[in-house]
Ligand binder design. Structure first.
Ligand SMILES: [Zn+2]
Length: 236
């Protein structure tokens, strides 16, 4: 049963919000009550340490945000042709931000120490180890249905396998970061598979960007044309 008692951690925060709102943001919220016009769609991980509004110093109404495990955008094919079959949450939010709110840009933001990426990497390493030991040596397959997480991060399976195979000498931290970066590039590629995205890019100059946030350094890296990530601070 759900509880009707508001937890202290949330109630205290809300009280701080209300006292701040009363002083500073009353007019802004009154205006936003009429509608929103965010300039940017950010696709970020659900990780509690990676809040787009905090990182970009954005106030209410500025960012439209999609958050899921490991900032993954599934390809259009993941939703199939049957309108009743899949619950296309990420695609629906993409469509709303681009076609209805007409954001100017989309930023896919990955981050360090991503648990979703770690799960995909672990899966890829397990599969490689099983292939290396040869058929018959692998531990018995788990017959239970896969968890929601493993099904979701399964969208990263190909990138995970390539990362493991292409970097045999890399340590675990390096592989993890490599896959975090590749996952941002892949989400950006798959976004372009949606016809309404291509149309917005061609017709009104919607732009796509990649970013990666180092939590420990509280530092943002921006994706360059060659797909590499450079510290925003180094770019002046
Ligand atoms: Zn994450």
């Amino acid at each position: 049963m759900s509880s009707s008692t508001m937890p202290d951690e949330l109630a205290d925060g809300y009280n701080r919000f209300v006292s701040k709102r009363a002083e500073e943001q009353q007019n802004l919220y009154r205006e936003l009550g009429q509608g929103q016009a965010p300039h940017t769609l950010v696709i970020s991980c659900a990780d509690s340490r990676v809040d787009p509004a905090t990182i970009f110093g954005a106030g209410p109404g500025e960012l439209f945000v999609i958050r899921n495990v490991a900032n993954i955008v599934p390809p259009p094919s993941a939703y199939g042709d049957d309108p009743k079959a899949p619950l296309a949450g990420t695609a629906a939010a993409l469509e709303f931000a681009v076609d209805h709110l007409r954001v100017s840009r989309i930023v896919v933001m990955g981050h360090a120490k991503c648990g979703g990426v770690a799960a995909a990497l672990g899966q890829a390493q397990k599969e490689k180890a099983e292939r290396d030991t040869g058929p018959g040596q692998a531990a018995g397959e788990d017959q239970s249905s896969p968890s929601y997480i493993s099904r979701w991060v399964g969208l990263m399976a190909e990138d995970g396998t390539e990362t493991v195979i292409n970097n045999p000498a890399m340590d675990q931290d390096g592989l993890q970061q490599c896959l975090e970066h590749q996952n941002v590039r892949s989400s950006l590629e798959r976004i372009q598979g949606f016809p309404f995205i291509r149309k917005a890019m061609d017709e009104r100059g919607l732009t796509l960007h990649g970013a990666w946030f180092s939590i420990a350094a509280a530092e943002l890296f921006w994706m360059q044309d060659n797909g590499e990530f450079l510290s925003v601070e180094d770019q002046g």
